[in-house]
Design a protein. Structure first.
Length: 105
């Protein structure tokens, strides 16, 4: 099969595959659900980002307003960071999230 034309540019099938893989690795597009781990349980996610609030709902469905949460994550390359109220993070296949509930006294 010959090259494909797009906006008067010629692309080989391999080049198109490379471009799609690049966008998938960098969270620009999602071809299917990806696996994340929330408090040790595998979950499937389709969005490019996940928020603090979404993680709380996954970990503690129907959470109570008097509960505070500490949320942290680890990327697939091992980097760890906290996630604060109002923040989001780009999702990678295999990311691990920890959501810990603390109660006001």
């Amino acid at each position: 099969m010959g090259p494909f034309l797009f906006n008067q540019h010629s692309f080989s099938l391999q080049r198109i595959s490379d471009i799609i893989n690049y966008f998938q690795r960098n969270g620009v597009i999602r071809m299917s659900k990806i696996s994340i781990i929330v408090n040790g349980t595998e979950e499937f996610w389709t969005d490019t980002d996940i928020t603090y609030a979404q993680l709380i709902q996954i970990a503690f469905p129907g959470s109570q307003p008097d509960t505070l949460y500490n949320v942290s994550y680890a990327t697939v390359d091992g980097a760890t960071a906290p996630l604060a109220l109002g923040q989001s993070v780009p999702v990678q296949n295999g990311m691990k999230f920890e959501v810990i509930a603390t109660y006001r006294s």
